[in-house]
Design a protein around this ligand. Structure first.
Ligand code: XMP
Length: 326
């Protein structure tokens, strides 16, 4: 008897009661939770809401367009995109340690968001309504994991990257707090969001930055983006989206191996496929993707992506492996 339409109607009322005439800001990551929570708040209060999307250059192929074009078209939300690729890549230059990468990406994300926030606050003051509220796509499992605390931006640090500054003085709007992921997806569909966003696999806040083992550079990001797009398209075409929790595609940028292509010897990088099945990402098993699908992905990647001459499959469960390589 759970019904997406009812939940939407209840939440719209609750959001209107909470917000009144104040202005609201929301950080879109391109992921399901922020997309649906933002759309719900927009249904409730329209242009009192401003959504912010930070393009840190670590996104997957087509993600920015999905948000700027498809998401905006289907919701009508007022969106500000921050161009921050140069800044992020500048700070990531020379960095190889995974935790160091996470710290830098998290810190720069907050800086980018704060800059937009200052502009909006100035604008809001001019119009007489302060920005008091921040939308957060917290789900029920997040609430449980972080100890059930309410009304603060203190989500566990893992999920806070691409999430938000703890020291900003906002009241939170968390319309998904009572919901599980599949319910959030149902609500997103009911609100008419694009399937490419609603059906999206989990994707880490630090994005492709933690899927390049080694230094993150623009060239390496371009290589990984192409390989990732091929793998995703083939898995989707094979109808495997429902049986795969997520499939990180990883570039081993500091590893080279010898290959042969055409008449020539190559000395390129391996791409790792990491398809996993899971309920909650706490534990996972490697997904038994059919060999013919793996073969298609491997052929396409090695034929189409420059500098990649080998595709390997990760057959490790979690534990002992994590889902991501970094
Ligand atoms: P691991 O690699 O720890 O990943 O098995 C578990 C889940 O968390 C995601 N993940 C992250 N998400 N920021 C995020 O927002 C991060 O720094 C981060 N690291 C891992 C990962 O994609 C998987 O779904």
């Amino acid at each position: 008897d759970w019904n997406a339409g009812n939940v939407i109607a209840e939440q719209i009322e609750a959001i209107r009661a909470q917000v009144g005439n104040a202005r609201v800001i929301s950080a879109l990551s391109g992921g399901v939770d922020s997309a649906v929570s933002t759309a719900l708040v927009h249904e409730a209060i329209g242009d009192q809401l401003t959504a912010v999307f930070v393009d840190h250059g670590l996104l997957r192929k087509g993600e920015r367009e999905q948000v700027e074009r498809d998401y905006v078209a289907s919701t009508g939300v007022r969106l500000i995109t921050v161009e921050a690729e140069d800044i992020f890549l500048g700070h990531l230059a020379g960095v190889t340690d995974p935790e160091e990468k996470r710290k830098i990406i998290g810190r720069e994300f907050i800086r980018a968001f704060e800059k937009v926030q200052l502009d909006l606050v100035a604008e809001a003051k001019a119009e007489g309504e302060p920005i008091k509220f921040l939308v957060q796509g917290t789900l029920y499992p997040d609430v449980v994991e972080s100890g059930g605390g309410s009304g603060t931006a203190n989500i566990k640090s893992h999920h806070n990257v691409g999430g938000l500054p703890e020291d900003l003085d906002f009241e939170l709007i968390e319309p998904l707090r009572a919901l599980f992921k599949d319910e959030v997806r149902a609500i997103g569909r009911e609100l008419g969001l694009p399937e490419a966003i609603v059906g999206r696999q989990p994707f880490p806040g630090p994005g492709l930055g933690i899927r390049i083992v080694g230094e993150v550079t623009r060239e390496r990001l371009d290589i990984l983006r192409e390989a990732d797009a091929i793998a995703r398209a083939e898995l989707t075409a094979a109808g495997l989206d429902d049986s795969i929790w997520q499939c990180p595609v990883v570039l081993l940028a500091d590893v080279r191996s010898v290959g042969v292509q055409g008449d020539g010897r190559t000395y390129g990088h391996p791409i790792v496929l990491r398809p996993v099945s899971s309920e909650d990402a706490m534990t996972a098993d490697w997904t038994r993707v059919p060999y013919d699908v793996l073969a298609r992905i491997s052929n396409k990647i090695t034929n189409q992506v420059p500098d990649v001459n080998r595709v390997v499959l990760d057959v490790t469960s979690k534990p002992p492996g994590t889902i991501e390589w970094e």
